[in-house]
Design a protein around this ligand. Structure first.
Ligand code: A2P
Length: 403
């Protein structure tokens, strides 16, 4: 613990991760410079003995689950946290606890957090009108069982990427998911050290009422990764196979229920999964919504773009589409953020509209590129992106899920 860490006599402001909101992406563990974050099969946790409040993990967390604190006399151990399904309530303290000290502690943490959030605009918040998600119904010790109903290749046979549309039947199991949520997949078997494989998360690409309307099934969009244990397991699954799943996870990357809301979606590759769910939800439940839907979708070539065929059939009135390709033989490389700049007028009009919700999903590198495009588009339109972005985040109108 360093000299500036907020730990006055007898009390500790303990850094905790909310297991109900965390999507188990592992970003915090990767980011922590001193290995204070670790995980078991169920939870990511912070070791109070090691954490020095450097706050490096706060900004990269896509959900804000990392940003939780409890004032305690004795720190919760790592083992206790591994077993949690939800965070404990803030405990009461006896009268002997100095309230000035408590307040000083609050102030110090608030200042550290303000620094950590500068540039990101703060903690992720769900859209005000979003439906309430169910999270953490199933975990590794108590997984749900699903049966594969279909496994279809989405990319052309000659494409470099093998991306699959996998449909899972939940049978009688109650497993409610909202568009934008993820589920965990438990690949069977163990690694070279005899340990169970880590649970991998996949965003659900079907809407809440099922891949087929009013059916207890769901779809995933999975790309085969060269050395990926879980992605190869999923991509090779045959119809009728049983799969163990956990979740649902995620409580902020959700769509607004408001038909007036504009939904501005930016993705690459399998980052399109939640946006397929959003589009289907709007199509099925709000097809005449006055709110505008826009999709900026980047892929190497049309043959590599998941859902290229079905997307062509989505009418313009439901969603405007910008399909952007980086490796066409006779065209210069183009990324989604480049196309946004070419359509600056349309984009700035959306950013200026209080009803617009922005969603970014896909490759991590895209996030910075998109942010720079937003900033430059705003400059041209005399809008202040540095002010708009944090406000959108606070209002649950700016969402990023990159990996
Ligand atoms: P690139 O041709 O440079 O790889 P992938 O096919 O690997 O899943 O990637 C999906 C698309 O995202 C590709 O067109 C890829 O282009 C593009 N891409 C790669 N890096 C970025 C980035 N930093 N910003 C936006 N798009 C990117």
């Amino acid at each position: 613990m360093d000299a500036t860490s907020p730990q006055p006599a007898g009390l500790l402001k303990q850094h905790l991760i909310d297991p109900e909101i965390c999507i188990r992406c592992g970003t915090c563990e990767e980011t922590c410079p001193i290995d204070a974050v670790s995980h078991n099969d169920d939870n990511y946790v912070v070791d109070a003995e090691i954490c020095n409040y450097c706050m490096d993990c706060i900004a990269p967390c896509p959900t804000g689950s990392i940003d939780n604190w409890r004032v305690v006399k004795t720190a919760y151990s790592v083992d206790e946290q591994f077993g949690w399904d939800e965070l404990p309530e803030q405990g009461e303290f006896a009268d002997d606890v100095d309230t000035d000290l408590m307040e000083a502690l609050e102030d110090e943490i608030a200042a550290l957090l303000a620094d950590a959030h500068s540039g990101t605009g703060g903690k992720a918040v769900a859209p005000a009108s979003a439906a309430k998600p169910t999270v953490n119904l199933f975990n590794r010790s108590k997984p749900a069982n699903a049966v594969v109903q279909g496994n279809f290749r989405l990319t052309e046979e000659d494409a470099e990427n093998d991306v699959r549309h996998i449909i899972l039947d939940l049978g009688d199991t109650v497993f409610p998911v909202l568009e934008g949520q993820s589920i965990g997949i438990i690949a069977p078997g163990t690694d070279a050290n005899g340990n169970a494989h880590a649970v991998r998360l996949y965003s659900v690409s079907s809407p809440r009422d099922g891949e087929r309307p009013n059916t207890n099934n769901m779809a995933l969009t999975v790309k085969r990764e060269a050395e990926g244990i879980c992605s190869n397991y999923l991509c090779d699954l045959e119809k009728g196979a049983s799969v163990q799943i956990t979740g649902p996870f995620g409580a902020t990357f959700l769509m607004p229920e408001d038909p007036q809301a504009n939904i501005f979606m930016i993705c690459t590759g399998t980052g399109s999964a939640p946006f397929r769910a959003f589009t289907e939800r709007r199509r099925r439940a709000m097809s005449t919504a006055p709110g505008q839907m826009d999709l900026y979708f980047g892929a190497r070539r049309p043959e590599e773009l998941p859902y290229f065929g079905p997307l062509k059939k989505v009418p313009q009135e439901l969603m405007r589409q910008q399909l952007v390709f980086s490796r066409l033989p006779d065209s210069p490389k183009e990324y989604v953020q480049d196309r946004m700049v070419t359509r600056a007028e349309e984009v700035s009009a959306l950013l200026a509209d209080e009803k617009t919700h922005v969603y970014i999903c896909g490759l991590r590198g895209m996030e910075t590129g998109v942010d720079e495009s937003f900033a430059s588009i705003c400059r041209q339109a005399s809008l202040d992106w540095e002010a708009i972005k944090p406000r959108m985040r606070e209002e649950g109108r700016y969402h990023v899920e990159t990996y």
